[in-house]
Design a binder for this molecule. Structure first.
Ligand code: NAD
Length: 420
């Protein structure tokens, strides 16, 4: 994560633009520009060798007008308070846009988890959740996995919270393992949601996704499932990549075979049924119908935006397109399906998990998948229609419409509650 700019400053800039677009007052901007509550916790744990180490963690609770705060916790050596605040603000918009009864929150611990043993990670995770246990809860704030946290981390959080509060609070975190009330479908949800968003934009632009060419940057959880479901929908996935490089076959790659090779050898570049190897930079500039960045942020910038040939970009990754690049893409008529819409499948499935936990476990996996699809389709069309009907499409891309819908929903909830 090479953060060269302050994500909080960027988040505030996006908010300012949206407030202006909606014609809302400065008082609304001021309320939404700062989190409702921000806590910093000192986490001191005993290491395996008997030494004592201190780490810093945060939980930013940005806005709760629509419901309890919701958002993941990341463990990263470069995480800082401004990043956590920005991410919590983006969660407010993502949840509002998805139509979920959630506000936005995000947490982080400044740590390199690769340098900790599993038992050290468990002690750190339990210490973090104990430290924030008075401000999280099934109806207060519901954390989930993010960068370098996973279902095991959520199990420790759930157990620590249940121990402190003397109960069984399954709904206090989502993204749990199936044994502890998680859903099988959680693992596919982000990529599946992205594939649905790509299918819907293809219907608008080309009449359908069948036979359309796709390139996917990043072959992890989001990228693999996006590629898999898009190829099952009839698209031709001609290129995929990971951090070691990319592969290209104009006739289409067999996604599950590529995945097998990635699992066995550590990279997609060892897959042999290809026409050529390509770099990550070349992948972004391929002449395809749909480009799916699913790796890291800031890969489409003002340097390469002019060379992008895809007709649509569907953002599985968070923040892959810089604002400067987006202005160039908009001028070129390239449609950008923004991250807060295209990668919302994960949080939508988290909501289904949370509801299921509260009802004592009743949902069937197929039902969860069908509900996810229904929500993604409806959300896509709500944003598309707003963009087409209310905005100048030569000046604004779909992102402006997504932000306008989200901020307006939060604004209306604040107004109804009498906050403004
Ligand atoms: P992951 O760790 O499972 O996979 C990341 C993939 O990107 C890997 O294949 C890795 O090799 C590749 N990669 C890393 N650096 C790269 C580079 N410089 N160039 C090309 N490829 C590179 O992560 P993930 O969960 O799939 O997340 C990917 C993106 O999707 C992130 O931006 C994340 O925030 C976003 N996202 C994920 C979820 C989710 O539920 N997994 C939800 C919302 C958003």
């Amino acid at each position: 994560m090479s953060v060269t700019h302050d994500p909080y400053e960027e988040a505030k800039k996006q908010l300012r633009q949206t407030i202006d677009l909606l014609g809302l007052g400065d008082e609304v901007y001021e309320m939404l520009a700062v989190p409702e509550r921000l806590i910093q916790v000192r986490l001191t744990i005993k290491m395996d060798d008997g030494s004592i180490k201190t780490f810093i963690g945060w939980r930013s609770q940005h806005n709760s007008a629509l419901g309890p705060y919701k958002g993941g916790v990341r463990y990263h050596p470069e995480t800082n308070v401004n990043e956590v605040i920005a991410l919590s603000m983006w969660m407010t918009w993502k949840n509002a846009l998805a139509g979920l009864p959630y506000g936005g929150g995000k947490g982080g611990i400044r740590v390199d988890p690769k340098k900790l043993s599993p038992s050290e990670l468990e002690r750190l995770s339990r210490a973090y959740f104990a430290a924030i246990s008075d401000v999280v809860g099934v109806d207060q704030d519901i954390p989930a996995p993010d960068v370098y946290t996973n279902p095991q981390t959520m199990s420790w959080y759930f157990d620590e919270y249940s121990r402190i509060k003397r109960g069984q609070y399954f709904g206090v975190v989502t993204g749990k393992p199936v044994e502890l009330g998680g859903l099988e479908t959680r693992v596919i949800s982000t990529g599946y949601g992205t594939a649905i968003a790509a299918r819907e934009v293809a219907k608008k632009l080309f009449g359908g996704v069948e036979g359309r060419t796709v390139a996917v940057q990043g072959f992890g959880n989001a990228g693999y499932y996006a590629a898999k479901f898009l190829s099952e929908m009839g698209a031709i996935v001609v290129a995929v990549s990971d951090s070691k490089g990319g592969i290209f076959n104009s006739k289409g790659l067999k996604i599950d075979d590529v995945k097998k090779v990635k699992n066995e050898t550590g990279s997609v570049i060892n897959y042999t049924d290809i026409e050529k190897k390509i770099t990550n930079e070349e992948l972004l500039e391929l002449d395809v119908d749909i480009l799916v960045p699913a790796a890291i942020e800031n890969v489409i910038t003002e340097e390469n935006a002019d060379r992008i040939k895809a007709k649509a970009i569907v953002e599985a990754a968070n923040g892959p397109t810089t604002p400067e690049a987006e202005a160039i893409l908009t001028k070129k008529g390239i449609v950008v399906v923004p991250d807060i819409l295209a990668n919302a499948g994960g949080v939508i499935m988290s909501h289904i998990e949370w509801v299921n936990n509260r009802m004592g476990g009743w949902i069937r996996e197929e039902e969860a998948k069908a509900r996810l699809e229904e929500k993604m389709v409806n959300n896509f069309h709500a944003v598309w229609d707003y963009w087409q009907k209310k905005l100048d499409t030569s000046k604004y891309n779909m992102r402006a419409a997504a932000y306008a819908i989200a901020v307006d929903r939060v604004y209306r909830a604040m107004k109804l509650r009498g906050w403004i």
